[in-house]
Design a protein around this ligand. Structure first.
Ligand SMILES: [Zn+2]
Length: 120
């Protein structure tokens, strides 16, 4: 049984996740609908702790509801809830993506900046 709770997206793939409440027979669990990552309440006291733990996992994905990349900045993007990945750039006239049609750009959920290369 899943429940509506404020959960951050999967730190690995950027997809949305589902929460399954624990009961006397099962640990509570958070499952990613994209990559299948599972975190269970096994070593935690309660489902509340599980949710808190999940939401503290660091993620490089940034929600486009919170922030947008700079115009012309090339970023990795997640499209849709079952994530498809692409490389995209935001321009004056909207997103341009390498492998998806323009119509799917409205489904862009998260982006990730290119990691800094180590300096020698
Ligand atoms: Zn995932």
């Amino acid at each position: 049984m899943s429940k509506e709770i404020e959960l951050k997206p999967c730190p690995t793939c950027g997809a949305k996740v589902e929460f399954f409440e624990g009961d006397e027979n099962h640990y509570g669990a958070i499952v990613c609908v994209g990559c299948g990552s599972i975190v269970m309440a096994e070593n935690l006291d309660s489902d509340e702790e599980l949710i808190e733990h999940w939401n503290k996992r660091p993620s490089p994905w940034i929600s486009v509801d919170k922030e947008t990349p700079k115009l012309g900045e090339i970023v990795f993007i997640v499209i849709g809830d079952l994530p498809e990945y692409d490389i995209g750039v935001l321009t004056d006239s909207g997103w341009i993506t390498m492998n998806h049609s323009l119509s799917s750009s409205k489904d862009i959920k998260y982006f990730m900046r290119k990691p800094e290369l180590p300096k020698e």
